[in-house]
Write a protein that binds this ligand. Structure first.
Ligand SMILES: Nc1ccn([C@@H]2O[C@H](COP(=O)(O)O)[C@@H](O)[C@H]2O)c(=O)n1
Ligand SMILES: C[C@@]1(CO)OP(=O)(O)OP(=O)(O)OC[C@H]1O
Length: 162
């Protein structure tokens, strides 16, 4: 049995914050604003996992009104979802993501992001695709006021032994 999921997230780029994407600190003059570390890619992936199994969304699991999630490491949020009882019978088939960032250039950091995500899902990097695109300088994303990410994935039910 298979289930597909999609996730989308966007965060504002501001001064005075680290830029964390896919669990990797990317050198830049600005970072993403959020209650957590604002890792826009891991948030989109988390929502794709939750969406695949109709389990709500990241804000329902980790409300931004709760102090315990202030500054949260999004690697730990995704790990929590993946280690929950709901995900136990499921494994990842493949994940395909796009980061929409006018700046900075992300190509050099994508292999490390793929490693982080592959480890979380316990798959090889061949099952994890992460791409980046600009917004061709159009609109708010094109003015680099923020960064967005989308994620699509497929889960398969792990056969149980009898
Ligand atoms: N933040 C980004 C955006 C894009 N890239 C890479 O550049 C290529 C060209 O981007 P366009 O938006 O002009 O199509 C793109 O295919 C990515 O390989 C990037 O590294 N970081
Ligand atoms: C992750 C959470 C929780 O710290 O906060 P943010 O970093 O603001 O991120 P968002 O994408 O709005 O998702 C849900 C939140 O509840």
């Amino acid at each position: 049995m298979y289930r597909v999921g999609t996730g989308f997230d966007v965060h504002q780029l501001v001064s005075g914050r680290d830029l964390i994407i896919g669990g990797i600190k990317v050198p830049h003059s600005k970072g993403l604003l959020g209650h957590s570390d604002a890792d826009v890619l891991l948030h989109a992936i988390t929502d794709a996992v939750l969406g695949a199994l109709a389990l709500g969304d990241i804000g329902q699991w980790f409300p931004d009104t709760k102090q315990e999630f202030k500054g949260a490491n999004s690697v730990e949020l995704l790990r929590y979802v993946l280690e929950s009882k709901y995900l136990a019978p499921w494994s990842l088939v493949n994940l395909d993501c796009t980061i929409i960032a006018q700046e900075p250039k992300l190509a050099a950091y994508i292999p490390s992001m793929r490693q982080v995500v592959a480890k979380l899902f316990n798959v090889t990097i061949n099952d994890i695709s992460i791409k980046a695109t600009t917004f061709e300088k159009m609109g708010s994303l094109g003015r680099a006021e923020g960064i967005a990410a989308q994620a699509n994935l497929m889960l398969q039910k792990t056969p149980t032994e009898k």
